[in-house]
Ligand binder design. Structure first.
Ligand code: SF4
Ligand code: SF4
Length: 237
């Protein structure tokens, strides 16, 4: 089954309820304000939507992507906007929906928004903001930059043009995940697992990983050795 969630979850990640009761609170609305820069200097939805038979950006189409949010984040959203509601399997076959739910850790929940035409940008979820990248962690848990959500490589214009990503987006993404990890260090486990999945997939396909390094530079990352080679990703904008 194609993975349509915004996050990949490590198997056996079942301790979310226990963890969430002990965790410091995260002010998600403040995180949102700190992570609001445009990902590219254009509306990238205009580039990908024509390729989606549903006519909307792939990442805003529940048939392609189901946003996963932290339960604490859902609480903040619910109190602030009518943009979101709980996902009830819309856009998925029953079997796919069950698999997606089974893959969702207990400290997160799956939502659906009112759709791209009725988006409320201030209340986009963290998943919306980080898409199509995720924090990349090395084998020794160093958060070195942003890696692509490889499931969307063929659909997402941004992933096909990583050189177009703005410096502001990168800086804000890194700062926000630094902040999240400092408050909830156990969240690094999910991203460490996801990074490992990406490494293994790229080793199997003999591909390198395009990395938006936290330093502001771009690299090709060799998944087996961890070696970084400077990359010159073109910016078509
Ligand atoms: S991030 Fe990718 S999938 Fe989402 S609107 Fe931009 S190009 Fe389309
Ligand atoms: S909230 Fe906005 S950005 Fe997020 S999925 Fe909905 S339409 Fe897309």
């Amino acid at each position: 089954m194609e993975d349509r969630s915004y996050f990949h979850f490590p198997p056996g990640c079942e301790s979310g309820i226990l963890i969430s009761s002990m965790r410091p609170q995260v002010d998600f609305l403040s995180l949102y304000q700190a992570f609001d820069a445009p990902i590219v200097a254009a509306d990238c939805g205009q580039f990908c939507a024509p390729h989606n038979p549903n006519g909307v950006p792939f990442c805003c189409d529940i048939h392609h992507a189901v946003p996963a949010v932290y339960r604490a984040e859902w609480k903040a959203l619910k109190a602030s906007t009518d943009l979101w509601r709980l996902w009830r399997g819309e856009g998925s076959a029953a079997e796919q929906a069950a698999a997606l739910r089974a893959d969702t850790p207990s400290n997160m929940t799956l939502l659906v928004c009112q759709g791209a035409a009725r988006c409320q940008r201030p209340f986009r979820s963290l998943a919306c903001r980080q898409f199509p990248f995720f924090p990349y962690l090395t084998e020794d848990y160093a958060f070195i930059g942003l890696a692509p959500d490889a499931d969307f490589t063929t659909r997402c214009w941004v992933l096909q043009h990583p050189g177009a990503v703005t410096a502001a987006y990168r800086q804000e993404a890194v700062a926000v995940f630094d902040r999240l990890f400092s408050l909830w260090p156990d969240e690094m486990d999910s991203y460490a697992d996801r990074s490992e999945e990406l490494r293994q997939a790229c080793i199997a396909r003999r591909r390198r990983i395009p990395l938006l390094h936290r330093s502001g530079l771009n690299y090709w990352l060799s998944p087996a050795s961890g070696r970084l080679r400077r990359a010159d990703f073109l910016n078509p904008l």
